[in-house]
Design a protein around this ligand. Sequence first.
Ligand code: SF4
Length: 395
Amino acid sequence: MTKHLSPDIRVPIDPDNPSIERHEDLCIRCGKCRDVCRDEISVLTYYDLSKTNDVPICVHCGQCANVCPVNSITEKSEVDTLKAAIADSEKLVIVSTSPSVRVSIGEGFGEDPGTFSEGKMVALLRALGFDIVLDTDFAADMTIVEEASELLSRVTKKSAPLPQFTSCCPAWVKFVETYYPDLLPNISSAKSPIGMQGPTIKSWYAKKQGIDPKTIMNVCLTPCTAKKFEIRREEMNSSATYWNEPSLRDMDLCITTRELIAWAKDAGIDYKELPESDFDSLMSEKSGAGVIFGATGGVMEAALRAAYEYLNNKPASKNLLQLSAVRGYEGIRTTSVQLTDSLAVRVAVIYGTANVRLFLEEQKLSDFDFIEVMTCPGGCIGGGGQPKHLETADD
Ligand code: SF4
């Protein structure tokens, strides 16, 4: 792989980048953005600007923004567009919340990291003016059904190459498209939870509720700056096909946990005093599998549990799958999981795309059946749009 050292000590950022932007006057040239992009994500220095017409490659993970101590790099905010939609009486503004946000949002208001604040999060969204609040865990369950069924089809019917890689992380998908296109047939064909939640709202939900889909402003609240890129991918327009209405996009806007916290503070909302609230009904029911999506290994565990249940017609008991080897926070974990007496699947869980390069150098892919990759440290819980953990940062 060609390495090309940037002459700058910072990550270059294209002005058209949909996920992040640089505020030039704030930069103190500390080089933290360069370090994380090069050493943990392994994008910077792994391309040659002279061959990309000086357009930087970015997988949109936002880790550069997360480590920036002075907010010189931030997510590209969509809050102003969102406020305008909320003020527009013709628009029905629906927000769907990702699993990790409910355990990180409290940090922005002085609670301990990891505090489960689902009820407060929903209440805050209502206080800010969202018309309907739904849970993306609903679509996470659909993603699991798809991923588990596809895995069994690949393993038992050889319907597509093994190993199957997970597809929920848009930064990982772009990393493969950029650096390992030969692996694309190995990526699960399942859309991410947000990729499924958007069109389901604009088709099934809209029909069921008698809503004109053109009036819906679909918003996802995520820990992830890469989702701002994912929702703009050309193929994220299934609702346009469903309604034969080319102007429809499945998801219209994406805001991060950090954007929400800053907006709430700006609006003067007293978070601590908010009475807890519940999600709206329809498309907020969930099995619990989606909740573990936020942490590294969560997608793998949920998919293997579903695959076990399909094969054995009963749920896997808590310890049955010996998944302890793939729990934890090492960057690369591997194990073998017995799904039936005669079928074991060999699995790996990886976070940090630099670890993927290591894995591909050190391991034989043919030794594995199923591999989960999340770009951010520890999975989405460490996403590029989450509250920062820097003493000098202003969250
Ligand atoms: Fe987004 Fe999660 Fe991937 Fe990070 S690990 S880029 S938060 S999907």
